[in-house]
Write a protein that binds this ligand. Structure first.
Ligand code: GLP
Length: 257
């Protein structure tokens, strides 16, 4: 593993969320016009709650900032409760002072999805790229919806979801049949271009994926492992997600929260 990866291990998920939210808040204070990359899933919910509290306390404003989300299900429109646009509205955007036109989520219901993927890439570039990207990780090591086997140079595209991901995400749907089989996702190449990345993982079900990403050679069996090839990357874990890391990795952990 490249030693430029910073690893923080928190006593619990709440502490990890607070740490990530504080870093986002500081970045926002330093550069109000920051371009944020945002993630969905269970993991970042606590981070968004913290950011809403900081906003309500008058400590941060999102008025000048722009956000790009990582991914969206194909076939789910913005009003579908399981769409990632809906998730972002209800967990963050509806509670802060961000302008509606400043939040971007890939379009899962476009008639010309390839064109809209290319437009998404151009849009990110037109804002000067992503300054700070938040990532979760799938149980199989996926980042955004880049499943194992994805190209490390990939750009925003339509992808097929694996059975593992469909089954893991079915907990948010009434039944597994309702989980879309495809998604639009930023590519690994798109993600790696972010100026700074924070990957957050909590829970024992992420421990294997975290150990594989951080230990051993980067490879496409673990999309998250490609993150270790770059600078400016921090993994924020709780003890459960860190529980399969080897002694040497734990010993070089920079911070225990
Ligand atoms: C989904 C998302 C990912 C997310 C992953 C883990 O598949 N596309 O961006 O990181 O799930 O989600 P959770 O945080 O719910 O475990």
């Amino acid at each position: 593993m490249s030693h430029s990866v910073e690893i923080r291990i928190a006593s619990d998920a709440d502490t990890a969320s607070k740490n990530v939210a504080e870093e986002f808040a500081k970045a926002l204070q330093l550069k109000p016009s920051i371009v944020l990359g945002l993630a969905t899933g269970g993991t970042p919910v606590g981070v968004y709650q913290q950011l809403v509290s900081l906003y309500q306390a008058g400590k941060i404003s999102f008025q000048q900032c722009t956000t790009f989300n990582l991914d969206e299900y194909v076939g789910l429109g913005p009003d579908h409760p399981q769409s990632y646009r809906y998730f972002m509205q209800t967990n963050l955007f509806d509670h802060i002072d961000i302008a509606a036109g400043q939040t971007f989520v890939p379009d899962g219901v476009s008639n010309s999805i390839q064109d809209s993927c290319a437009d998404y890439e151009e849009k990110i570039q037109s804002f000067g790229g992503i300054d700070l990207q938040l990532l979760g990780i799938g149980e199989n090591g996926h980042i955004a919806f880049n499943e194992p086997g994805s190209d490390s140079n990939g750009r925003t595209n339509v992808v097929d979801l694996t059975e593992n991901t469909i089954s893991a995400n079915s907990r948010f749907f009434e039944s597994i049949e309702e989980v879309p089989r495809q998604a639009v996702t930023m590519g690994i190449g798109t993600i790696l271009e972010s100026k700074r990345i924070i990957l957050m993982a909590t829970g024992r079900n992420k421990a294997e994926a975290i150990a594989r990403a951080l230990e051993g050679e980067p490879g496409d069996d673990s999309p998250a492992s490609f993150l270790t090839t770059r600078e400016n990357i921090t993994f924020v874990l709780d003890q459960d997600a860190a529980s399969r890391l080897s002694g040497p990795t734990i010993r070089r952990t920079k911070e225990i929260l």
